[in-house]
Each structure stands twice: as C-alpha cells, then as structure tokens.
Design a protein around this ligand. Structure first.
Ligand code: ZN
Length: 145
C-alpha cells in the first residue's frame, strides 16, 4: 500500500494546536480527544470531543472544530485536519498521540471538503492522506452517478 505524505511544518503546528486544546480541557471519560483544522484561507480552529451521558448525543472533536470554523468564516473548506487522543491517567505512556478520524467524521470531512488532507497515525509517527483515501465507497443517498 502506498504510504501517505510526510508532515510539513504547518502539519506539525496543527498537531500542536490539537494537543494544546485537549491538554487544556482534558477530563477523564468526558473530554479525551482534541482536533485542529486549517481552513483554505489559513485560519486554525480547534475542538474537543463532547462526550455525553446519553451516548448518541456525543460529538467528535473534529465536528466541534468544523463548527467553530463555520461560525466564524462560513464555508471556507478544510485544508488539513487532525485529531489527537489524550491518555487516561493510568496509561503507561502519557503522550498525546494522533488518532484516525472515526467513520462518521470521515463522511463529515469529505462533505465539507473532498480535497481535505487528513493527518493519520503511521506506526509511532504520522502521515498525511487525502480524505478520499480514507473513505472508499462513500455513502450516497441516491443512485451512483
Ligand atoms: Zn468522529
């Protein structure tokens, strides 16, 4: 399988922004994932997941970041997006690490920018892949065109 692209300086800045967001607001079992996205015009927005007692009301960090971007800028597209997970206090490694977007977030990212770059884990490191590569056979409401 073809590997993704290496991270550039802007990608590392985005990981740092997501890491800062979740380090600031981490709460065990409630807020554990941070996200950051860079819009097409170059602004960075961060988000954290909103877990909920009623599980289906939970919202992913990527969606929160996209919502913040959309409130400020409207539809400005997603150049790059990343999510990171904060470890629980009892975990051996206390490093915040890049995680892949869940299936629902892959759909969301694609819906808002089908050329978005996504930073995903690659072993202990990370790489950049286009959202389309993470979403083969995307869901469609109507017949295939
Ligand atoms: Zn998600």
């Amino acid at each position: 399988m073809k590997r993704g692209a290496k991270l550039n300086k802007a990608d590392r800045e985005l990981i740092a922004a997501a890491t800062e967001a979740i380090k600031e607001r981490y709460r065990y079992d409630w807020q554990e994932v941070g996200a950051a996205l860079r819009t097409r015009s170059g602004r960075i927005f961060t988000g954290i997941n909103l877990d909920a007692y009623l599980g289906r009301m939970a919202v992913c960090a990527e969606a929160v970041a996209l919502g913040r971007a959309f409130v400020d800028l409207g539809d400005d597209g997603i150049d790059t997006i990343v999510a990171v997970r904060h470890p629980d206090p009892d975990e051996k490694s206390q490093a915040v690490a890049v995680v892949s977007p869940c299936g629902a977030c892959r759909e969301l990212i694609f819906d808002y920018d089908r050329k978005a770059r996504v930073i995903v884990p690659n072993g202990k490191l990370a790489e950049v892949v286009p959202i389309g590569k993470l979403l083969p056979n995307k869901y469609r409401r109507g017949p295939e065109r």
